[in-house]
Design a protein around this ligand. Structure first.
Ligand code: GDP
Length: 463
């Protein structure tokens, strides 16, 4: 099925999960949605009822046999999710009933919807732009406050507004340059070069800013990889438990964890941390080598923050310094946790750290009795947010958008170079058009069937 074809069809799908629930919702959308449901509905005449109204009645098959007592919600175009006439039927959640109702509607002339087809129609009917449609999928998949917030921002047009603003400015300039090209014999300049350069630089800067937010946005969506490393008996597992303590009830081990590491998802101030305890990595026989074993290092290199735990009673300072040196990776901040403070409260950082050691934060605590755990949590948050109000900014979290922005940057840079080299404006106009197209890919002003097929095939059926 071609992705843009079949807009005339009336589509139907189960909108709630497969299986038994208290209620199951069947969604119908298309020009015939209302009269189709009305054919099987005994209650009010749905063709006559107002939009956004709910009606109680019975669904009957052609023989007059009652399948279920249902609530039917009617939405008239264009004020519906898809922009078309739509009906939502709330049935009892028996899979038998739901299947029967679906069959009834399909025999009546509706077609089973493909993945994401309701949202695709919303996009094709101009109810949502492409990045907003993608946000709907993210919203459904969101599992924590941060990914939820980012999806919500994008669905409400956070990214669209930013991109739309850039695109409009660029479009205005592109038109001026193209106008110049029409008058090329007369050698006029409608578009002031100084202003154009400034504009291109401003847009380039904003594009780069959005690109930079991807790292954090993507990480926040998936959870920030955080490794707990340290020698055996340092207290890593005890620390992990202390961190998870209040959350125990709602966390569950992440599927796919390997046998030798434990991964747990921990939320601090709404930010998801994916905490990896390397306690299970016991390859090296020699305790001294333990810290540097390759698998621990592999985890460390993939992480955004490292928590290095040592036992203040058992560890001489020079060994701590060695461990820190072995674990430290450029650009990955490390929290040095002096554990078992309850046994020796007089442990001082200057005994263990080099003077002015960079990329290292000292936290003394007791994992066993919970002392200073809150401080460690604050430090973790501080490491990844560096004080920025991440909850208030638009963050890029979609790899497709990142790719489009990279191409935009390429075209803008090329346009700037052409301008500086004084090459003919034709070529500059072409690059600016390219940049406009790439920006348009994000919001869907520019789209192809392949692109749409790709995006919507990742949706669930019924959305
Ligand atoms: P791991 O091998 O690094 O995971 O270490 P564990 O978490 O298994 O801890 C090793 C031992 O140290 C256990 O007996 C813990 O109860 C103990 N321990 C951990 N943290 C503390 C602490 O803060 N104070 C005291 N006194 N003992 C601790």
């Amino acid at each position: 099925m071609g992705i843009q074809k079949g807009l005339e069809d009336t589509i139907v799908a189960l909108a709630t999960p497969q299986g038994v629930g208290a209620i199951g919702v069947i969604r119908v959308s298309g020009t015939k949605a209302i009269i189709l449901v009305d054919e099987f509905f005994s209650g009010k005449n749905l063709d006559k009822v107002a939009s956004h109204t709910v009606h109680f009645g019975r669904l009957q098959d052609r023989e007059g046999f009652t399948l279920d007592e249902v609530l039917v919600t009617v939405f008239r175009h264009p004020a519906s999710y898809t922009g078309e006439d739509s009906v939502e039927i709330s049935c009892h959640g028996s899979s038998y009933i739901l299947e029967k109702v679906l069959t009834l509607l399909i025999e009546g002339g509706a077609r089973l919807a493909g993945p994401g087809e309701f949202t695709l129609r919303a996009f094709l009917n101009g109810k949502l732009d492409l990045s907003q449609a993608e946000a709907v999928a993210d919203l459904i998949a969101s599992e924590n406050v941060t990914s939820h917030r980012m999806a919500m921002d994008q669905m409400r047009g956070g990214i669209s507004k930013k991109i739309g603003g850039l695109r409009q400015q660029l479009l205005d300039f592109a038109s001026l340059i193209e106008l110049e090209l029409d008058f090329s014999e007369e050698d006029v300049e409608f578009a002031d070069r100084g202003q154009l350069k400034e504009l291109l630089l401003t847009i380039l800067h904003l594009v780069e800013e959005l690109m930079a937010s991807f790292k954090l946005g993507n990480v926040l969506k998936k959870g920030i990889n955080t490794v707990i490393a340290g020698r055996p008996n340092a207290g890593k597992s005890t620390l992990l438990n202390a961190l998870l303590e209040e959350e125990r009830a709602i966390v569950s081990p992440i599927a796919g964890t390997t046998r030798d590491t434990i991964e747990e998802l921990l939320q601090i101030e709404g930010i998801p941390f994916r905490i990896i305890d390397t306690a299970g990595i016991r390859e090296a026989e020699d305790a001294i080598e333990q810290i540097g074993v390759e698998r621990t290092m592999e985890k460390v290199r993939q992480s955004a923050v490292v928590i290095y735990v040592f036992d203040v009673i058992a560890m001489p300072p020079e060994q701590v310094r060695e461990d820190i040196a072995a674990l430290q990776q450029e650009g990955i901040p490390m929290l040095v946790v002096a554990n078992k403070m309850d046994l020796n409260p007089y442990t001082l950082p200057e005994h263990y750290l080099e003077p002015d050691q960079e990329g290292v934060v000292w936290v003394a605590l007791s994992a066993l009795n919970g002392m200073n755990i809150a401080h460690l949590k604050n430090e973790l948050v501080r490491q990844v947010t560096t004080g920025k109000g991440i909850m208030d900014t638009t963050l890029l979290s979609n790899a497709r958008h990142l790719e489009a922005l990279m191409s935009t940057r390429e075209s803008l840079t090329a346009a700037l170079r052409i301008m500086e080299d004084g090459i003919s404006s034709d070529f500059m106009a072409i690059e600016i058009r390219h940049a406009l197209n790439h920006l348009g890919e994000i919001t869907g002003e520019v789209s192809t069937e392949d692109l749409l097929g790709n995006i919507f095939s990742n949706f669930c059926i019924g959305k």
